[in-house]
Design a protein around this ligand. Sequence first.
Ligand SMILES: [Mg+2]
Length: 200
Amino acid sequence: MRVDRAAVERALLRVSQGLRQAADELNALDAVVGDGDLGTTLARCADALDGVPFVGGTVADLLQEAGGRCAAASGSSFATLLGAALRAAARGCRQAGVSHTLGDVALGELLGCAAAGVAHLGEVQEGDKTLLDAMLAVQRSRPLDGTPWTVFHAEQALHAALKALHHQPGRIGRARLHAGRIAAYDDPGMVAVLRMVQSL
Ligand SMILES: [Mg+2]
């Protein structure tokens, strides 16, 4: 993939549409182990993302702006984490000196920055069955043999990560309280990332 500012903006708009379409599904999944509002939270983020045109001139500006909108759209922890992920990606862009076009390697590094931001703020680790596992799955789906990275790679990796963690109890938040009671479920945050990727 090679993405520039316009492509990132289009991606944010597609993701917004995808999140609104997935809202009922995500609320239902979240009701299993959480408070059942993830879809509503993400629909609010979506409205904040595509409600007003972006003004930022570079990819970093755009990601920064998108992160701020998500964090402001809802007080829920997931929106805060999503905002932190986008702003960490913006910082990664600036540190790498990337302003206008990103190739596969730069995109992978950006995702790494976003994942580190989520791990730090959310105090989560790989394998905790959260958003972080989905982000790492996407990051690692980049082919290392020079084959172009596509959305299909990311989607396959997310399906595999969901399958690998399906029977594992959640270790974080309310999901932890259900450990032992619910034998198997998909983490709603991970499914949200899958729907975002599919909407691309
Ligand atoms: Mg909630």
